[in-house]
Design a protein around this ligand. Structure first.
Ligand SMILES: Cc1cc2nc3c(=O)[nH]c(=O)nc-3n(C[C@H](O)[C@H](O)[C@H](O)COP(=O)(O)OP(=O)(O)OC[C@H]3O[C@@H](n4cnc5c(N)ncnc54)[C@H](O)[C@@H]3O)c2cc1C
Ligand code: SF4
Ligand code: SF4
Ligand code: SF4
Length: 367
């Protein structure tokens, strides 16, 4: 295979297809890996794709100016988000300052990017989508907006931010936020899970992966497994078993960052249990632009113990370790087993625990 970056190391960020003038690249996507394959009949060997790829280019890692934990001032906003609602508040401040925000929405069965310049449309962005998003041709669109003089904020996964920066170069009007990232499964794998429930992504209107501290899938506003049961999609996600191959070698899993602001969960926070229940984000200002974005938003900030925060968030130290169960899990799906039975074979003990929990909830022995 003639690929843009090393085989199986593609993150699907799609910067290469944005830069290729010959339409010579195809992203080959499977449930367990991505590859950007070059069609040699069309390729003119300009090398632009390799130069823009986040995997090939060493990014400029920065030491943060400050680390804080915090949340949206407005309780309603905090409740609706994945952790403290900081992303929404920063995006709102940015749009109110006449900027345009690009981030991930779920639309027409795809986790794609949308450009938002009205506060009332920002709600669409809320929530972590624990799956690979697809930037499509958004890098070109952002470059055009920057050329026209618009201020643009891009909020996405670190690999996407890195490729965007390679694509547009240093630009004073480009602002970036990256999320601390555990790893991402392919949407094709999510589709496998939905098939067990006779559903298709393209027929779904809404999908939620998390309700503050509760990690579970909610499709069209209804939970498939019961709210207090860890469904099998989230089980393999949280066990770090379902990501595409490249994520286990991710270079962005460290405390030095590549964006203006980094957001994550303030795991291990020493603030009160009540505060933790409401959701607390971790926030890193990595540049002066980042400091400005934070100051320009309606957020409450508190000091955070840096060492404790790093200790409790492994993605600030190293990528997710490849679990032994991963091979078994994917092998079974490739052999035609359902998602659920592949999970049972990979994690039998967890599966039995879930059955017991479900029975106890039904018998009202567990709240
Ligand atoms: C795949 C993934 C893995 C994560 N892993 C960790 C982790 O290991 N540790 C940790 O501390 N935090 C992790 N996070 C971040 C965490 O889930 C929250 O997003 C973060 O704490 C900010 O929360 P919030 O309430 O401010 O914003 P949220 O309501 O979560 O919104 C975040 C912003 O990110 C965008 N976004 C959501 N999903 C995606 C996606 N798939 N691709 C691109 N953009 C997206 C939204 O559109 C929105 O603009 C992860 C997030 C994702 C998407
Ligand atoms: S080398 Fe140039 S022409 Fe060939 S695939 Fe890459 S960007 Fe396209
Ligand atoms: S630019 Fe992105 S999509 Fe293209 S090869 Fe590199 S990681 Fe894959
Ligand atoms: S783990 Fe790294 S490569 Fe994988 S989606 Fe997250 S940032 Fe991208």
């Amino acid at each position: 295979m003639n690929t843009v970056c090393d085989e199986k190391m593609c993150s699907g960020c799609r910067a290469c297809i944005n830069v290729c003038s010959q339409k010579a690249i195809e992203i080959i996507e499977t449930i367990s890996e991505y590859n950007a394959v070059i069609n040699l009949d069309k390729c003119i060997n300009c090398n632009a794709c390799r130069k823009v790829c986040q995997y090939n280019v060493q990014p400029k890692f920065r030491t943060s100016i400050f680390w804080k934990q915090g949340w949206a001032k407005e309780d309603g906003s905090r409740n609706k988000s994945s952790s403290g609602g900081l992303a929404y508040e920063i995006e709102k401040g940015f749009v109110e300052s006449k900027g345009r925000v690009y981030s991930c929405i779920f639309k027409d069965g795809e986790f794609q990017f949308s450009c938002i310049d009205k506060v009332e449309e920002l709600e669409e962005l809320r929530g972590s989508k624990y799956v690979k998003s697809n930037p499509k041709y958004v890098y070109r669109e952002i470059a055009e907006n920057l050329k026209k003089g618009f201020k643009v904020l891009f909020v996405g996964l670190p690999c996407q931010v890195a490729s965007l920066v390679n694509f547009v170069g240093d630009n004073e009007n480009l602002y970036t936020i990256d999320l601390i990232c555990h790893g991402t499964p392919s949407p094709l794998l999510l589709q496998e899970y939905l098939l067990d429930h006779s559903m298709k992504l393209e027929n779904i209107f809404t999908i939620k992966f998390r309700d503050n501290h509760n990690f579970h899938l909610e499709i069209n506003n209804s939970s498939l497994s019961g709210k207090r049961i860890l469904d099998s999609y989230m089980l393999v996600f949280l066990r770090g078993c379902s990501y595409t191959e490249n994520c286990y070698y991710c270079k962005f899993a460290r405390k030095e960052r590549i964006s203006d602001v980094t957001l994550g969960d303030s795991w291990g926070s020493m603030l009160s249990v009540n505060e933790q229940r409401k959701g607390i984000s971790l926030i890193l200002a990595n540049t002066e632009k980042g400091r400005w974005m934070i100051n320009n938003s309606a957020v409450e900030l508190r000091d955070v113990d840096l060492e404790n925060a790093i200790r409790n968030n492994q993605q600030l130290n190293h990528p997710t370790s490849l679990p032994l169960e991963r091979e078994k899990f994917f092998d079974n799906i490739y052999k035609g087993k359902s998602f659920e039975s592949a999970v049972i074979r990979a994690y039998p003990i967890q599966h039995v625990k879930n059955i017991v929990k479900r029975v106890m909830i039904r018998m009202k022995l567990l709240k």
